[in-house]
Design a protein around this ligand. Structure first.
Ligand SMILES: [Zn+2]
Length: 86
C-alpha cells in the first residue's frame, strides 16, 4: 500500500479553492485515481462544499473546512473513480 503524501490534503483544499498550480493539479488527479482513501476524501469534501454553496453564499473559512474534513468518513471501498476522471 502506498503512502499518501502529507501535502495531499493541502492540495485538495487548494484545488477546490481553484488555487492549485497546474503541475500539482496533475499530480493530485493521478493520485486520486489510484488512491481510494484520498479520492473519497476529495469527493466528500467537494460534495459538502457544493452543498454549502448551493444553499448560501457563506465564505468557507479554514475552520469550516477543517470541521468538514474531520467529519468525513476515513475510507470507503466502493467508488467508481472513472465516473470522475475521463
Ligand atoms: Zn492517497
Amino acid at each position: 500500500m502506498k503512502k499518501c503524501p502529507d501535502s495531499i490534503v493541502t492540495d485538495i483544499h487548494n484545488y477546490l479553492d481553484g488555487d492549485l498550480e497546474e503541475e500539482k493539479e496533475k499530480l493530485l488527479k493521478s493520485h486520486l485515481q489510484e488512491c481510494t482513501g484520498c479520492y473519497q476524501h476529495f469527493h466528500e469534501l467537494e460534495k459538502a462544499i457544493a452543498l454549502v454553496q448551493s444553499t448560501s453564499h457563506v465564505t468557507l473559512s479554514e475552520d469550516f473546512t477543517n470541521k468538514v474534513m474531520a467529519a468525513l468518513p476515513k475510507e470507503k471501498k466502493t467508488i467508481s473513480v472513472n465516473r470522475w476522471f475521463r
